[in-house]
Design a protein around this ligand. Structure first.
Ligand code: NAI
Length: 781
């Protein structure tokens, strides 16, 4: 027995267990197990699986394994409820969301204890972080419902949203998904993770108790097969997924060509950068929050500590000391810092990765952990940048530590990952912090802080960490559709070009042979072949040409860093040069068989479009969010990088200009495939581009067979975004091929958009050309 003397001698905390009776009482009300929650009530459970408390291994519930039929029933309930829900006024929906927020607060202790029992996370975290953030999320989104009509005029909900969430923040991820979906007027079928389904079921029950109409929120439990059934279920209009990059890729392929919008929040391997002038004690505390919060099972965990060589030994010593003070154990104990790993399978995965790391030469420093499903806080040093521990998402309390010398080295190491979810930067020199924040490839950057979240700021990644944002205005856009163009007659795939040797260009009667345009130079197609098009011959580009063009586009990364003013100037110059040659372009279009009046209208509209995007180049700004005290969050739109653009066959000049200009106005470089049937309208622009001070490589043009070239672009790992305006089959191919590096895609029927009308230009194009980096900056006290 521990005596007072013992306690005074060790100065250790005694146990302070949270009472779990309210939760065990609730669980006991379901002796047959939990069914799904469909249409406002629990279904009778058929086949069930066990849910265990990972800290003790004991079975705490039985939960239904969802079948495709269950998913169909849930989607039907959501569909039935959707018109009524969307038909409410924004204010009426807001009242429901406020009620949800208040009920989360009223049930906060119950929800926190249930989350801790189900997931293993310390009660301190579920009580002080998860559940308050859940309530905050519903309050924030109640506000969006209230002001929807004025803030998003013309927008409408998608309909039924299929949402799949992971086990690391079960209730918080539910809130991130459900709150914006409902605020926008969608109804939901949610599939929680199989390890942690209980808070979602409890939440659905609470929501019904507080008056949410039946069918608005449905929960189908089960493993990945239930998730897969939801992704492909008829009647689902939008998919949102948070989880592993691997499953994200599967879902991207599965949804390709379905026209369902998709947002993906995937894995990470985020850097935690400590400069020599950092407040070392604060940075050490930062690591605790970065990698030992939630046992490291955090997608944005600061898993790679990069520390300046000058302070590395001091920092490592302090960090190791602090690590040893962490109390790992009973998650229900209010003094516990780190709880249980979610499941023995995950524990095994962590162990396996760490032992691979050791075999590769890593040295481990570890704290202590009890027997069972626990893993000690761990720091791994002597880790090569390309090794397992430095590259794989471990999803456990394991940080690697690597030293650097200069800020340039730090940035290089920070970006040496296929992911781009978050980064944390520590220095007392705010100039240095902001400089590095601009250079790091991550969707969220915390300066002298880490792992802080707020419903008012967007959260989401770059690169293979997925796309789309959750939270704030950015997050709302993912759940809203704008009445898009509809093709009355879908675009038909143009006939495959007939390859002719390049020498044919000298044949009489053929007036012009257009080359490709790569890196600011006209280039012969690698194949040596051309194909006949109205007005002459065009180069028949191939994979090699696309690869060269992508390489050239990459070389002009400086374009994205120039000011909006500089880009505007170049675009104004381009507009003027095109305007000066309007008559010539008109004649050319007419010579391709386009009626004179239509040719004139197309050139006029193209010139106007150049001016419009020149005007927008310095106006599509971000926002400053008032998030937490002592912080503001800067939402900065950044270019994607290199965007592939496959143009529609019709309106060969206007279609090209309408797509390429917004992309470059926002600082991207482009590899464009012009209209396959009428490419000379675009290749005639070479001289205009040459004389407009556009840096070489910002616009590259490869003519040829659109589907072949688009596939190469979609598969290319150095292309960050792919816009495809063509056939339905082509859109499917592009979306599936883009799953490799999870590039952002925008696909549409090439015949759908009226390029002359209001949908031919707009902020939507600029939005598609950018991704938002949210930078959390210390501000005020
Ligand atoms: P997972 O990605 O398999 O599971 C996430 C969710 O997706 C669960 O609800 C699961 O049932 C569902 N799911 C699985 N296969 C599916 C499919 N084919 N179609 C639709 N839904 C499907 O993650 P898992 O296996 O639980 O964890 C494995 C690793 O993934 C972790 O070690 C970690 O590295 C990473 N992970 C990352 C998360 C993040 O937030 N970035 C969250 C969870 C896991």
């Amino acid at each position: 027995m521990t005596t007072v003397t013992d306690i005074l001698a060790s100065m250790d905390y005694g146990p302070a267990p949270e009472d779990s009776r309210i939760v065990t009482d609730w669980l006991e009300r379901f002796p047959q197990g939990f069914g799904h929650f469909i249409g406002g009530a629990f279904t009778a459970p058929n086949e069930t699986f066990e849910v265990r408390n990972p800290a003790t291994g004991s079975v705490i519930a039985h939960v239904a394994q969802g079948t495709p039929e269950d998913v169909v029933a849930a989607v039907a309930a959501a569909r039935k409820a959707q018109p009524g829900w969307a038909g409410l006024s924004g204010h009426e929906r807001a009242r429901h969301l406020y009620a949800l927020a208040r009920h989360v607060q009223q049930h906060s202790r119950f929800l926190a204890v249930l989350e801790t029992l189900d997931n293993g996370k310390p009660i301190r975290e579920s009580r002080d972080i998860d559940v308050p953030l859940v309530a905050r999320h519903f309050y924030h989104h109640a506000g969006w419902a209230e002001v929807l009509d004025t803030e998003f005029p013309g927008a409408r909900p998608h309909g039924v949203c299929g949402q799949i969430i992971p086990w690391n923040f079960p209730l918080l991820m539910l809130a991130w998904k459900v709150a914006p979906a409902l605020a926008a007027g969608n109804t939901v079928v949610l599939k929680p993770a199989e390890y942690t389904p209980l808070t979602a079921l409890a939440f659905a029950q609470i929501a019904t108790e507080c008056g949410l109409p039946e069918g608005v929120l449905n929960v189908v439990t089960g493993d990945g097969s239930a998730g897969a059934a939801l992704v492909s279920a008829e009647g689902v209009d939008k998919i949102a997924f948070t989880g592993s990059t691997e499953v994200g890729r599967i879902i991207r392929r599965q949804t390709a060509g379905t026209g369902r919008p998709l947002t993906l929040e995937l894995g990470g391997k985020s850097p935690f950068v400590v400069f020599s002038d950092a407040d070392i004690d604060a940075a050490v505390e930062g690591v605790v929050d970065a990698i030992w919060f939630n046992q490291g099972q955090v997608c944005c965990a600061g898993a790679r500590i990069l520390v300046a060589e000058a302070v590395a030994s001091k920092f490592e010593k302090k960090l190791a000391q602090r690590m040893r003070t962490l109390r790992v154990g009973d998650p229900l104990d209010k003094n516990t810092d780190m709880g249980a790993i979610v499941h023995p399978v995950q524990l095994e995965r962590i162990r396996e990765l760490v032992s691979r790391g050791e075999a590769e030469g890593a040295t481990l420093t570890q704290g202590e952990a009890p027997e069972g499903c626990f893993y000690p806080p761990t720091i791994a040093s002597n880790v090569e940048p390309a090794s397992t521990l430095a590259t794989e998402e471990i999803f456990g309390p394991v940080a690697t530590i690597t030293t650097f010398r200069t800020p340039e080295d730090a940035v290089m190491l920070a970006n040496a990952t296929r992911y781009g979810l978050a980064a944390s930067i520590w220095s007392e020199n705010v100039n240095l912090c902001l400089d590095v924040a601009a250079k790091v490839k991550a969707g969220v950057v915390w300066i002298n802080s880490t792992n802080i979240f707020d419903a008012g700021a967007g959260f989401g990644g770059y690169r293979e960490s997925g796309y789309g944002r959750e939270g704030g205005r950015e997050g709302m856009t993912a759940y809203l559709a704008h009445p898009g163009p509809v093709a009355s007659r879908p675009e038909v795939e143009p006939e495959a070009p007939v390859a002719t040797p390049g020498a044919a260009s000298t044949a009489p009667g053929i007036d012009r042979t257009a080359k490709l345009y790569i890196g600011g130079k006209q280039a012969r197609p690698d194949s040596g072949y051309v194909y006949a098009v109205p007005g002459g011959l065009a180069g028949l580009g191939n994979r090699k040409d696309i690869r060269n063009a992508v390489e050239a586009a990459h070389k002009v990364s400086g374009w994205g860093k120039t000011t909006g003013h500089n880009r505007a100037q170049v675009l104004y110059f381009l507009a003027e040069n095109l305007s000066a040659r309007a008559a010539e372009f008109e004649g050319r279009l007419a010579s391709f068989g386009i009626a004179r009046a239509a040719a004139k209208a197309e050139v006029d509209a193209s010139v106007r479009r150049c001016f419009w995007y020149a005007a927008q180049a310095d106006k599509f700004d971000g926002a400053v969010h008032q998030t937490k005290t002592e912080h503001v969050t800067l939402a900065v739109p950044e270019p994607l990088g290199v965007i592939g653009v496959a143009c529609p066959v019709a309106q060969p000049l206007l279609g090209f200009v309408s797509l390429v200009l917004p992309a470059i106005a926002m600082g991207n470089a482009v590899v464009a495939i012009p209209s396959q049937t009428n490419p000379l309208a675009a290749t005639d622009l070479y001289q205009v581009l040459d004389t407009s001070d556009l840096p070489s490589g910002v616009v590259n043009i490869v003519t040829g067979e659109r589907e072949v070239l688009a596939r190469t672009l979609a598969e290319h790992d150095d292309v960050a975004g792919m816009w495809y305006f063509g056939t339905v089959a082509g859109a499917k191919m592009v979306e599936a091929a883009s799953a490799g590096n999870l590039k952002q895609t925008w696909t549409e029927d090439g015949a759908a958009r009226d390029w002359f009308g209001p949908v031919g230009q707009g902020r939507e194009f600029l939005h598609r050309a950018t991704q938002v980096k949210n930078v959390w900056v210390p501000y005020g006290e």
